[in-house]
Write a protein that binds this ligand. Structure first.
Ligand SMILES: NC(=O)c1ccc[n+]([C@@H]2O[C@H](COP(=O)([O-])OP(=O)(O)OC[C@H]3O[C@@H](n4cnc5c(N)ncnc54)[C@H](OP(=O)(O)O)[C@@H]3O)[C@@H](O)[C@H]2O)c1
Length: 249
């Protein structure tokens, strides 16, 4: 089934690679106008711009490090200038690292919390004047936040906090007709798998596949689908939810 987002204006953070890229392209193909951002220049940014040109719609790929408050404010100022208003916001940009908690440096804690959580606070707050009645905010969490994962206490703490942020904002913004939900991915196979040695990628696939009911990892498109559903009017009575997209872990 195709979801129609004709004419909707959507901001997706971290759209140059991985899940964010999948959401940006799926939204654009469904008829949305999309603003997205990235941190590092490179081939991924250029190929995203080229792929967006193949779709109809008014799309903008901007450089902004969402870990920096000033960059977020600039991103929203540019979004206002280009779109005037928004119907959807997807807080997708995220970073992860694997470090024993006893050795976790304070600056790494801050980097991970700033990018995964504080960025969402600022993006949503600065989006508020732009959000139309009936608009939808989707925060990309992680299935691992509820499960807990060794070496990722900082990451799972930030992702678990997304759920509290989402529940509270669903109640605070609901009377304005703004919905707020979390999509919590399980293990989604992105381009990152292509950059690993083949043996390691195969090992990871096998390890994670046997944890899921569907006996396989998810694809970026399979994650983008539920996000598009939550942006669309099909989900207009869904708010404050965490949707696990994890193949049945
Ligand atoms: N893949 C999974 O299995 C999985 C599982 C659970 C949750 N998630 C969550 O899903 C989201 C996307 O994950 P992913 O696997 O697709 O990650 P990814 O492949 O590493 O892509 C991350 C994207 O976000 C951008 N980004 C990172 N930090 C940024 C910053 N400070 N400012 C602006 N853009 C930034 C990156 O751009 P640059 O290259 O320019 O940095 C890139 O486009 C994250 O929130 C992640 O925690 C993923």
């Amino acid at each position: 089934m195709e979801i129609a987002l004709q004419g909707k204006r959507v901001l997706v953070t971290g759209g140059s690679r991985g899940i964010g890229r999948g959401i940006v392209l799926a939204a654009a193909r469904a008829g949305a106008n999309v603003v997205t951002c990235y941190r590092q220049e490179g081939e991924a940014v250029e190929s995203l711009k080229a792929a967006l040109k193949e779709t109809s719609g008014d799309h903008h790929v901007l450089r902004a490090d969402v870990g920096e408050i000033a960059h977020v404010d600039q991103l929203l100022a540019e979004t206002k200038e280009r779109f005037g208003s928004l119907d959807g916001v997807v807080n997708n940009a995220g970073v992860i690292s694997h470090i024993p908690f006893a050795e976790l440096p304070a600056d790494e804690w801050s980097r991970v919390v700033d990018t995964n959580l504080t960025a969402a606070y600022r993006v949503i707050q600065q989006s508020l004047p732009l959000l139309n009645q009936g608009s939808s905010i989707v925060n990309i969490g992680s299935r691992g936040a509820a499960a807990g994962i060794p070496l990722r206490a900082h990451y799972t703490a930030a992702k678990a906090a997304m759920i509290g942020l989402t529940r509270s904002l669903a109640k605070e913004l609901g009377p304005r007709g703004i919905r707020v939900n979390v999509v919590a991915p399980g293990v989604i196979e992105t381009e990152a798998f292509d950059t690993m040695p083949a043996e390691r990628a195969a090992g990871l696939r096998a390890t994670y596949a046997q944890k899921t009911a569907l006996a396989r990892l998810g694809t970026v498109d399979e994650l983008a689908g539920p996000v598009l559903f939550l942006i669309s009017d099909l989900s207009r009575y869904v708010t404050g939810e965490t949707v696990n997209v994890d193949g049945g872990i």
